[in-house]
Design a protein around this ligand. Structure first.
Ligand code: SAM
Length: 271
């Protein structure tokens, strides 16, 4: 499994350093690279791959929901399972009849989720996104400008980033908070060790990994429109604790979604 993935990355790196389309290597396996500098860059990139630096950080971009996002070590590499948030958000937005909708993403990272939503809906949306990391916000802003989507960015700790007189209430709130518990710290198969610790474990790591999701759920009602929705991604073993917590804070569990591997992944909460 590791070898297959490693070999795929090596081939993709060859296309990358040769400045050829992504799948060029498949049709040109016996071709030699003509430019000497390609070999130097390839050898440098392979050394990085060998020490475990993710492919996406080496090349500086990743694909998410069929769009390309720039990524550096300041942001989490968006995961395929987070595309569920985009799909669900698009479906929820399509049911609104209001002329303009307010959408918020908390913990925006690279901006992949909110930008993909805006690029994939025909609804008129005022979009806002927050993060506590100024570096992540800059990266999300650059991606939004490159992709031509309009987002207002705010820096701060979860709800504290917002101004209660001007921002909200929101029709839709989306978040993929840090949810890795400290017991998973050594699981190198899912965590490269190169991604920002705050995006995986949060500011105050906990054993269960649910601290940040709970902070978000605790404050959500005040920022949601009466028929608003909160979409939250979570760890596979956190569904029950977060559903119970949301109900205790006066929210309804509208839906619980599994990812493609059948693992509990997303909660859809209503007010
Ligand atoms: C799991 S990452 C998600 C990034 C992006 N939304 C995605 O799915 O690729 C969590 C994000 O929340 C941000 N974050 C962590 N703690 C935060 C806090 N206390 N307040 C606001 N943002 C926070 C991190 O900087 C990070 O960008």
């Amino acid at each position: 499994m590791y070898d297959t993935k490693y070999n795929m990355y090596v081939r993709k790196l060859i296309s990358h350093v040769a400045k050829k389309p992504e799948y060029w290597h498949l049709a040109h396996q016996c071709e030699e690279l003509t430019d000497e500098s390609c070999y130097a860059l390839l050898s440098e990139s392979l050394k990085k791959l060998d020490v475990g630096i993710p492919f996406e950080y080496i090349v500086g971009w990743t694909e998410f929901y069929n769009y390309r996002f720039q990524v550096t070590e300041n942001v989490l590499i968006p995961r395929e399972e987070s595309e569920i948030l985009v799909e669900q958000a698009i479906m929820i937005l399509s049911n609104f009849t209001k002329p303009n909708l307010k959408v918020l993403e908390l913990g925006v990272g690279s901006g992949a989720i909110i930008s993909s939503i805006l690029l994939s809906t025909s609804k008129s949306i005022s979009a806002m996104a927050t993060d506590c990391s100024p570096e992540a916000l800059l990266e999300a802003k650059n991606n939004s400008i490159r992709l031509g989507v309009d987002i207002t960015f705010k820096q701060g700790d979860w709800w504290d980033a917002l101004n209660s007189n001007e921002d909200g209430p929101f029709d839709l709130i989306i978040t993929n908070p840090p949810y890795v518990g400290t017991e998973k710290i050594n699981e190198r198969n899912i965590l490269s060790g190169y991604e920002p610790s705050i995006s995986l474990y949060g500011k105050e790591p906990s054993q269960s990994g649910t601290n940040d999701a709970m902070k978000i759920i605790r404050g959500a009602s005040a920022w949601m429109e009466d028929n608003g929705t909160l979409l939250i991604e979570h760890g596979f073993n956190q569904r029950k604790i977060l559903s119970d917590f949301a109900i205790s804070k006066g929210l309804f569990v509208l839906e619980q979604i599994d990812d493609l591997s059948g693992l509990p992944r997303v909660l859809i909460l209503g007010k």
